[in-house]
Design a protein around this ligand. Structure first.
Ligand SMILES: Cc1cc2nc3c(=O)[nH]c(=O)nc-3n(C[C@H](O)[C@H](O)[C@H](O)COP(=O)(O)OP(=O)(O)OC[C@H]3O[C@@H](n4cnc5c(N)ncnc54)[C@H](O)[C@@H]3O)c2cc1C
Length: 436
């Protein structure tokens, strides 16, 4: 046993979702009577706070307004806001003059790391959760880690997304998923590589192309994708409302066919689309190279990789141009698959507790509006899910837009300690998550 305490809440994973929850717990405890306080601990496998470190390109910006930080949508007066962070770092006036709602990704990472440091006493880093077991006749759950276990009345599972490669592709020395690109590319001297291939047409693919093209001035960068061209993300005013807290209420209660309709209409706010400014920037680079007669940025559109031969020092890829059937053989130093992400399979993590979690006829977890998984009555401890509830709560499920308000809802549910009614609406299946 790691310690003999029983926690009201054990969080699994400490990315933005559970970080926002830790802050919501802290703010709840600050105003709650001693008997209503929530004792919480969060377990994170990394040795320190880190948010997609392999994609922290220096020039990448957030795709969510800074007002959708860890707290503001729940508590605009919180001193854990992005504005408080800027103030603490003497950059508030500079950010105002920057005149954008979208901070740099590295800056937002620094903001979250700053917030994580302030709740550090609630976190155990370097703890990988391997299993969750019912305990005390179903009143509790034991969360098992590689360094001992923790007993909880409730758990919040927020283990995020993992890389998704085409089924026939195995990662290798020179076959990467974009999530690792900064770490993997760092092994190359700036002038060494001759060619990279990037597969995919979403935001991560376009960012990877941009990064490799800029970082390696002698390398050709081939962007291979099915589409004719990158498609812009719909970030227009009315469509953006799909990320509002009220949209979660509407979505949750909507009939299944309406959920499907709304999701299909608005998937281009997030999936397989690219920020418009980045598309323009890449187009202008390609055009400039055409004018100068030194083409380094190549768009192999309407194309697919038909065969890949990896070697320790590179790859050979066969590319088929779909309209003509023409084939091109490309030798490259590395190939980057920017082919999307999928939620980590929580059943694997829930181990012995997983069979007690209810699923619908599509085998999706049944989740209440308060993000608590519907379980057998024999399990009275609560399992809350952050991320991976797109089928029930809509498109914000895996995004930052929801984290502040969702955290408040989970704390309120835990503090109330009630089981509440099971939702009527059954979720619909969603295919593997694409790129964003
Ligand atoms: C490159 C990139 C950029 C993005 N940019 C945006 C954006 O601008 N706006 C937006 O809304 N969304 C964005 N997203 C979506 C992204 O899902 C969210 O930003 C966010 O990461 C969700 O937070 P999370 O805490 O749920 O998951 P994660 O950030 O994935 O955190 C999960 C944590 O759980 C830990 N963990 C996993 N398994 C275990 C285990 N067994 N034991 C212990 N710890 C474990 C992981 O180490 C990780 O720290 C982006 C995604 C990517 C990949």
């Amino acid at each position: 046993m790691q310690d003999n305490d029983v926690y009201d809440l054990v969080g699994i994973g400490f990315g933005p979702s559970n970080l926002a929850l830790a802050i919501a717990v802290e703010e709840h405890n600050a105003r709650a009577a001693a008997t209503d306080r929530v004792r919480a601990i969060f377990l994170e496998k990394q040795d320190d706070f880190g948010w997609h470190r392999g994609m922290l390109f220096e020039d990448a910006t957030m795709q969510v307004s800074f007002l959708k930080d860890l707290v503001t949508m729940r508590n605009p007066a919180s001193d854990f806001s992005f504005v408080s962070y800027l103030h603490a770092h003497d950059r508030l006036a500079d950010f105002i003059n920057y005149k954008s709602m979208y901070p740099l990704r590295v800056e937002f990472h620094d903001y979250m790391a700053w917030a994580a440091t302030r709740v550090r006493d609630q976190v155990r880093y370097g703890h990988t959760v391997t299993d969750v077991r019912p305990a005390a006749g179903g009143e509790m759950l034991d969360v098992i880690t590689d360094r001992g276990h923790f007993r909880a009345r409730n758990i919040s599972v927020a283990v995020g997304l993992e890389s998704s490669l085409p089924p026939e592709i195995q990662p290798a020395e020179r076959v990467w998923h974009n999530l690792d690109i900064l770490h993997r590319a760092a092994t190359f001297d700036v002038a060494a590589p001759r060619r990279f291939i990037v597969v995919g047409a979403g935001q991560s693919a376009a960012e990877s192309v941009s990064f490799l093209h800029e970082r390696y001035p002698t390398a050709e960068v081939c962007s291979v994708f099915f589409r004719y061209g990158y498609s812009p993300a719909d970030d227009s005013n009315f469509a953006n409302g799909i990320f509002d807290p009220q949209a979660v209420d509407l979505y949750f209660d909507a009939p299944e066919d309406v959920k499907r309709m709304l999701f299909d209409y608005h998937r281009n706010t997030n999936y397989s689309v690219v920020d418009g400014e980045l598309i323009t920037d890449l187009y202008r680079r390609a055009y400039r190279e055409k004018v100068l007669g030194r083409t380094r940025l190549r768009m192999l559109n309407a194309s697919r990789i038909t065969d890949l031969a990896p070697r320790p020092d590179g790859v050979t890829a066969e590319v088929e141009h779909l309209p003509t059937g023409d084939r091109t053989s490309l030798e490259a130093d590395a190939i980057v698959y920017a082919t999307g992400y999928r939620p980590v399979d929580v059943s694997r993590l829930l181990g012995a507790a997983a069979p007690l979690c209810h699923r619908d006829e599509e085998n999706l977890l049944r989740v209440r509006r308060d993000y608590r998984i519907v379980t057998d009555d024999s399990l009275r401890a609560g399992i809350y899910l952050q991320g991976g509830t797109e089928h029930a709560h809509g498109i914000t499920s895996t995004l930052l837009s929801a984290v502040a308000v969702r955290s408040g809802e989970i704390v309120a549910s835990i503090a109330a300690g009630e089981r509440g009614p099971v939702p009527e609406t059954l979720p619909r299946p969603l295919a593997m998550i694409g790129d964003r």
